[in-house]
Design a binder for this molecule. Structure first.
Ligand code: FES
Length: 76
C-alpha cells in the first residue's frame, strides 16, 4: 500500500461511509449537494470534517483525497 493510500481521506468517519458509497448514493437518489447528503442522513451531521471533501467529490467525482486537499476550481 502506498503512503498516499494509507494516509488518504476516503470516507465520512462519523457515519462510517466511504466517499465512493456516498457518490453512488448521490447518483442513485439524484442528490447534488453536500447539504442534500446531510439531509438524507448519509453523512456529515456530526463533526463536519468531511464536508469540504464531500463537496469536492460532488464537483470532481474523486473519492480519495490527500488530507487538506479539498480546494478545487470550478474552472478546471
Ligand atoms: S467525518 Fe463526516 S461528519 Fe464527521
Amino acid at each position: 500500500m502506498s503512503t498516499y493510500r494509507r494516509h488518504s481521506v476516503s470516507k465520512c468517519v462519523c457515519h462510517r461511509v466511504s466517499f465512493q458509497e456516498l457518490k453512488d448514493e448521490a447518483v442513485r437518489r439524484n442528490l447534488s449537494s453536500c447539504n442534500d447528503l446531510i439531509q438524507a442522513g448519509l453523512c456529515g451531521g456530526s463533526c463536519t470534517m468531511c464536508h469540504p471533501y464531500v463537496q469536492k467529490m460532488l464537483h470532481t467525482g474523486e473519492t480519495e483525497f490527500i488530507p487538506g486537499d479539498f480546494h478545487y476550481s470550478s474552472d478546471s
